[in-house]
Design a protein around this ligand. Structure first.
Ligand code: HEM
Length: 179
């Protein structure tokens, strides 16, 4: 997994939980890297799993909730780190439909050794649906990224997450009426 995901995760922990907790998490995760990452480096996915489970143990939050909150936070950071990827879209659905064919393609050009998931955007019975496939099963992370995306565009959608086969998840996006 790319280092940028790790550096952003560490920074989120520092801001949300403080340095003492962050150091505790890094220590108890027993990381080969000792928690030292560069954004262009590549590190084992196992280190991310260990960081998330050790943060969950220390804060008493669920791993899924933490991954979701991290995804939400990271979308905000992508606006700062990669504004050009986001600026060309005027709404969330267009952006989400463009992850596979555009955004993650650009990510592949920018970083080497990427292992990106597969996204398939569909309209089923007039409702936008996104299929996500990855052996990493980071669907709660994807959920948080989608929520961050809706927040960015000031749009209000409910997301229904359900399993859709081996290593595959379905996100059904229903727009909520404006109040
Ligand atoms: C500007 C926008 C975005 C950028 C720059 C970006 C970049 C990246 C990068 C660098 C990785 C790590 C790849 C690796 O470790 O090899 C990644 C992974 C991932 N991205 Fe994006 N991404 C963006 C938007 C999104 C959005 C909107 C979603 C929403 C669903 C998404 C879902 C994911 C997921 C789930 C992964 C984890 C890999 C996996 O599941 O196998 N990304 N992305």
């Amino acid at each position: 997994m790319k280092g940028v995901i790790f550096t952003e995760f560490i920074e989120m922990m520092e801001v949300k939980y403080g340095f003492t907790v962050t150091n505790q998490v890094i220590e108890s995760a027993g990381l080969k890297s000792e928690g030292i990452y560069t954004s262009v480096g590549t590190y084992p996915m196992l280190e991310m799993t260990s960081l998330v489970s050790s943060l969950a143990a220390i804060t008493n939050e669920s791993e899924n909730d933490l991954l979701r909150a991290f995804g939400n936070h990271l979308f905000g950071r992508f606006q700062v780190l990669h504004p050009s990827f986001i600026e060309r879209y005027s709404n969330s659905l267009d952006l989400l439909a463009g992850i596979e064919g555009h955004i993650h393609q650009e990510v592949r050009k920018l970083y080497d050794n990427t292992e990106l998931p597969y996204f398939d955007y569909q309209i089923e019975d007039d409702i936008p649906v996104i299929y996500y496939r990855s052996t990493r099963n980071l669907h709660f992370f994807a959920l948080g990224l989608m929520e961050g995306c809706f927040l960015h565009f000031g749009e209000n959608y409910s997301i229904e997450l359900s399993p859709a086969g081996k290593d595959q998840w379905k996100f059904k996006l229903t727009e909520n009426a404006q109040r």
